[in-house]
Ligand binder design. Structure first.
Ligand SMILES: [Zn+2]
Ligand SMILES: [Zn+2]
Length: 288
């Protein structure tokens, strides 16, 4: 088979057409660009801090942002958050380093170790602690260093499976946060999801098309992704389900941010007296 755009050796199908590696990559970046523009994710001249874990999704995001930054007039830097998960974290950090070197992108690192614990010290609900720690550290880092926007590599399936999970457990207000651009308020920095309408498979194929360095292993603490399998199953039976729900979720709804207060210990925004991050420190840190 041949590329339908240039006639070179075929690589893979992208949204109905067969492309060579180069044309696949070009079409992919074009799709990310339309997604970023559709939801007005980045404003003129903004500085974007891309949170990169070294996995295929965030690597594809950093590469796409790097490809779009001149054309769309914004700046990109990368942030790697070291959660201290042994060999997995070391491999991931090396991989992010080599990617940033290749692109000439400035790489920052925030280490959970500096707060007296790592994800390896966490017993029980590792993934919720991990998610809290990442959101907290990226927000503080971005704000302290004057970035306008934090970009994360969440793809369509991540957003839909989170949505279903939260619907199941009754956290309906969480669906408010599953937006392509969540404007900042008070001490919270604006967050964007440039891969909002991209699928995991498209991200993986892009990374392969460009031979980008990425870490293949899953986080050793990640649970089996039942919700994601359900999302795939619905998409198989109702083609177009993913895009349709994502676009509905992105619509403006009434209601502002929930009432918040400041953590008594660190001063970050929280809904309780002491924020979840400081409660995690109290439970797991050896610095006390
Ligand atoms: Zn081609
Ligand atoms: Zn706190």
């Amino acid at each position: 088979m041949r590329c339908e755009r240039c006639g070179s050796k075929a690589f893979e199908r992208f949204r109905g057409k067969v492309y060579c590696r180069e044309c696949f990559a070009t079409r992919y970046i074009g799709a990310v660009e339309s997604c970023v523009r559709r939801y007005r994710m980045i404003r003129d001249g903004e500085s974007v801090l891309a949170a990169v874990s070294g996995g295929k999704d965030s690597v594809a995001m950093l590469s796409a942002l790097n490809g779009l930054s001149k054309k769309m007039n914004f700046e990109v830097s990368a942030l790697y958050i070291d959660l201290g998960i042994g060999e997995y974290s070391r491999k991931s950090e090396d991989s992010v380093k080599s990617l940033c070197r290749e692109y000439g992108i400035e790489l920052h690192t925030a280490r959970l170790e500096d707060y007296g614990f790592t994800v390896s010290d966490v017993s029980g609900k590792t993934c919720s602690v991990c998610g809290n720690v990442k959101r907290y550290l990226m927000n503080r880092f971005a704000r302290d260093n004057g970035f306008d926007v934090i970009a994360t590599g969440h793809c369509g399936e991540d957003i839909l499976s989170n949505f279903l999970k939260n619907l199941y457990s009754g956290n309906i207000q969480w669906s408010e946060k599953q937006k392509p651009r969540l404007d900042g308020y008070d001490r919270m920095v604006t967050r964007i999801r440039p891969l909002y309408e991209m699928s995991e498979k498209e991200n993986m194929l892009y990374v392969l098309a460009r031979s980008l360095p990425f870490v293949e292993d899953e986080c050793p603490h990640a649970p089996p992704s039942t919700w994601k399998e359900i999302v795939y199953e619905i998409e198989r039976r109702i083609p177009g389900f993913r895009t349709s729900v994502l676009r509905n979720l992105a619509r403006e709804r009434k209601g502002g941010n929930e009432v918040f207060r400041y953590c008594r210990i660190c001063g970050e925004i929280t809904t309780s007296e002491i924020c979840q991050f400081c409660r995690n420190i109290a439970r797991f840190s050896k610095n006390q």
